[in-house]
Design a protein around this ligand. Structure first.
Ligand code: SAH
Ligand code: SF4
Length: 444
């Protein structure tokens, strides 16, 4: 069938890279049964919303977007609308969606996405609404088809779920307990990707450092990194997220000694105050974190470190917040994702009494951003005049005559270069550092 005539799907994804990967699997299943993708909701015969519930904002966006689908469904009653992902795993949410948006056809959760083709079939054959949420995590399903978004880099999930129960976070409730994939399944997937031409792999997990627990034989994350580092043809290996309490010396050593493992670590600190860290149940102190950073910087001198920070956690005083500011100044993160604390039902922090006023949260958030941007700009400046290796991902977002890609340390580079190098590694001389990216030109 020519592409124009094939039925089309549209997938909107909110949230983290894990959700992105889940969406790629849904796309893979749809491709397998004859669908092709579209970026235009109007011409889709299936619309899927893959949702996130880590913060309230993400949920509000889903509700808003679902509201706008009513008109599309009226115009095209055959349109199939599906909603899935983390938000659906929350108690009562699936029922709520079906009630508030009766034109939604399929609702499923994070543990049963592999059954999507079956649900689709039922909707088409029996014209029913299918709602199925599984509370318990299932066995890991291997070998699912997957339709990846990029041709140069791919995400590979190595473990699912989380056992940490940070007191602000819903992830353990909606993604279930930690389960690791077998190393040979991960290796085989990466070998296949490399054979298809992928150059860069990012290993995904909520806490990759506890990879391998419960497998027989047990294997550590450092061991897995070393095994993958040996795969011929692979150029770059990244991973996220690392929990500071679990990042071992062996992993630092693996990064230092590996040839493909990139000099980049995402190490969410969440707060610079030991008192708040304790209430967050993070299981490390400010000093532990700073010591770890010192060790990493000593062993891997050109490393880029990024982080996640929450402001306005219940009970956070001005002094606690200033400790966060001073930690940020001391570490000089290359980049940081900053979040305003968002109350999440069923989490312990939601029940804490000393919730912080919105105005205080916003004021702290703005102060934090300023300090973070200063550090990022300073870090970027260090690249001026240097020649760096860039994996070329495509044309620049705002200027199609230029190319964009990333350094080993994860910095975004826009540069003048040859379009033929898209998908390969080139050397780029950095001419100017911006606050959030670098400018340069390709060196032959
Ligand atoms: N597993 C990863 C992060 C998962 S969620 C880790 O432990 O680092 C991504 C980020 O969202 C978290 O690092 C945290 O900074 C933020 N986050 C999670 N729950 C939040 C909440 N209730 N309010 C605001 N930010 C939150
Ligand atoms: Fe959430 Fe903490 Fe698990 Fe990360 S480690 S997913 S923040 S509970």
């Amino acid at each position: 069938m020519i592409q124009e005539q094939m039925p089309k799907y549209y997938i909107e994804t909110w949230g983290c890279q894990m959700n992105e990967e889940d969406s790629e699997k849904l796309a893979g299943m749809l491709k397998n049964i004859g669908y092709t993708d579209t970026l235009n909701r109007e011409e889709a015969s299936i619309i899927i919303f893959n949702t996130c519930c880590v913060r309230e904002n993400a949920e509000l966006k889903v509700f808003g977007n679902l509201g706008t689908l009513r008109k599309l469904k009226e115009k095209n009653p055959d349109l199939v609308i599906a909603v899935c992902g983390c938000m659906m795993q929350q108690k009562g949410m699936a029922e709520d969606i079906v009630r508030r948006f009766p034109y939604v056809d399929i609702v499923f959760g994070t543990h049963n996405a592999y059954k999507f083709p079956e649900y689709l079939n039922r909707v088409k054959q029996e014209n029913v609404v299918v709602k199925e949420i599984m509370d318990k995590e299932t066995e890991i399903i291997e070998g699912m088809p997957i339709e990846r978004k990029s041709d140069a880099k791919a995400y590979v999930t190595i473990m699912y779920g989380c056992n940490n129960f940070c007191t602000y976070c819903v992830v353990p409730y909606v993604r279930g307990r930690e389960r690791s994939r077998k190393p040979e399944d991960i290796e085989n997937e990466i070998i296949e990707l490399v054979n298809e031409g992928y150059k860069e792999i990012t290993l995904l997990g909520q806490n990759v450092n506890s990879y391998g627990k419960g497998l027989d034989p047990e294997i550590t994350f450092a061991d897995l990194l070393k095994r993958i580092d040996k795969i011929p043809g692979l150029e770059r290996l990244r991973f996220m997220t690392s929990h500071p309490k679990d990042l071992s010396e062996d992993v630092i050593k693996a990064i230092k000694e590996g040839t493909k493992i990139c000099e980049q670590i995402h190490l969410p600190v969440q707060s610079g105050s030991s008192r708040i860290l304790k209430i967050m149940n993070r299981k490390y102190t400010r000093e532990d974190y700073l010591n770890l950073i010192r060790k990493i910087k000593k062993e891997i001198p050109d490393v880029a470190i990024s982080t996640d920070i929450i402001v306005g956690f219940p009970g956070e005083t001005e002094e606690d917040f200033e400790e966060t500011l001073s930690l940020v100044k001391e570490v000089e993160f290359d980049s940081a994702y900053t979040f305003i604390y968002s109350r999440r039902k069923y989490t312990p922090a939601d029940k804490m009494e000393d919730q912080i006023d919105d105005s205080v949260k916003h004021e702290r958030f703005n102060r934090l951003i300023e300090v973070i941007n200063e550090a990022s700009a300073k870090k970027n400046k260090e690249y001026e005049g240097k020649v760096v290796e860039v994996l070329v991902e495509g044309e620049s977002k705002n200027d199609s005559t230029r190319l964009m890609g990333r350094t080993r340390t994860g910095k975004l580079v826009n540069f003048a270069g040859d379009k033929e190098s898209i998908g390969s590694l080139v050397n780029v001389k950095i001419t100017k550092a911006q606050s959030f990216s670098l400018n340069g030109e390709e060196i032959k």
